[in-house]
Design a protein around this ligand. Structure first.
Ligand code: THU
Length: 136
């Protein structure tokens, strides 16, 4: 799976974002080591705190279907009806949730478009992360 295709899948997922409160729409496409891609959007709530980010929607869909190992995640975000002027980096909660399964080597692709993106690793975004190995 090439990077552009993963970004395209994230843009596709963003169309389903449910964002009546923030109007900020995020899409994520998570590539499992099996080769399958799981997509997610953010889903907001009238009581605000149950809001689920796009990254965790994708992660929970994948894990609930038996996936445990991941290679990469692409993330796109912007205000409704606008083009991405900034990259969207995963929030702290999503970094921790992804670390559980992706570990420090997970590639994180933060895109404004299929051509314009930054790529880093989860280890760079969450240094000294606390994960399953710490409890072993
Ligand atoms: N959001 C995500 O879905 N992912 C991120 O990485 C950052 C924030 C969502 C949560 C909320 O629905 C909206 O963006 C504004 O914070």
């Amino acid at each position: 799976m090439d990077t552009k295709e993963l970004i395209r899948r994230a843009f596709e997922a963003r169309k389903y974002a449910y964002t009546p409160y923030s109007h900020f729409q995020v899409g994520a496409a998570l590539l499992a080591k099996s080769g399958k891609v799981y997509t997610g959007c953010n889903i907001e709530s009238a009581s605000y705190t149950p809001t689920n980010c796009a990254e965790r929607t994708a992660l929970f869909k994948a894990v609930s279907e038996g996936e445990r190992e991941f290679a990469a995640i692409a993330i796109v975000g912007s205000k409704e009806g606008e083009v991405n002027s900034l990259i969207t980096a995963p929030c702290g909660v999503c970094r921790q949730a992804l670390y559980e399964f992706g570990g420090p080597d997970l590639a994180v692709i933060m895109a404004k478009s299929e051509e314009d993106y930054e790529e880093t690793t989860l280890g760079a975004l969450l240094p000294y992360g606390f994960g399953p190995a710490n409890l072993a």
